[in-house]
Design a protein around this ligand. Sequence first.
Ligand code: PLP
Length: 289
Amino acid sequence: MTPQTGSRCCVVDVLGGGTLHDPDVPLLHADDLAAVRGDGVFETMMLRDGAVRNVDRHLARFRRGAATLGLPAPDAGRWLEATDLAARTWGDGEAALRWVYSRGRESTGRPTGWITVLPVSDAVLRARREGVDAMTADRGYRIDLDERSPWALIGAKTLSYAANMSALRHARERGFGDVVFLSDDGTVLEGPTSSVVVVRGRRMTTPPVGEGVLPGTTQAALFALAAGEGWEVDEEQLRVPDLLAADGVWLVSSVRGRARVRSLDGTVLPRPACADEVEALVDRAVLGG
Ligand code: PLP
């Protein structure tokens, strides 16, 4: 295998031997249930200068997601070894490292799993730098969906992300950069690929997990750090007026780190005095800077 350092993509076939895979050669069979049904889980992590950030939190969510889907428990040692190989191969700089764990081939029933490393997109870097103009959007389900319909897999990071990506396209077609999902009763949930963090005074809150919200590793790392620095941190049911009245609202996730919501449905949210401090906390919690 030729070294992949500097290539635009690095692939490790985790469950197919744990070795590097040529990114220009196909990896999946046509009957892989990841491709056919989105049946599996994934994690996207920040890889920076050879180290994956918050890997323990990602591993915990990956395991919970696999259990929720009734997949065999992932072998942590195997995934972490493959992650080291991918990180070493990629080298320095910042990248998005993704674990994908699929129910596997329909014809064999054997799970498949692989890792990709890709550069961080310009759009993500811009959102981190400049913030985003977001719109609210009804997610189309009730806040207690996870209790009423456990098969909806709320709280698992499943491979079925087409609706999330469609919401982002919908926003972009209307001139917005991101989305804040609301439940049918107007409660704030999360972004299609991010957690919502709201700051008022020295208090940082996020919508409760288990109410149609994926538990975010970035939000968890941020709150753990902020709590140690004198911030009050909590979960809180929020509505749009709460976001508009807050000092600041951020969308946080592993690779972007944070993007401040600089307007919501067209209402400008001025950059607050606390913004530098909040963003520095996220950077320390996730980007390691
Ligand atoms: N909520 C959803 C729906 C997501 O897809 C993501 C990340 O992609 C997040 C929240 C934030 O999670 P994390 O901070 O672990 O990246």
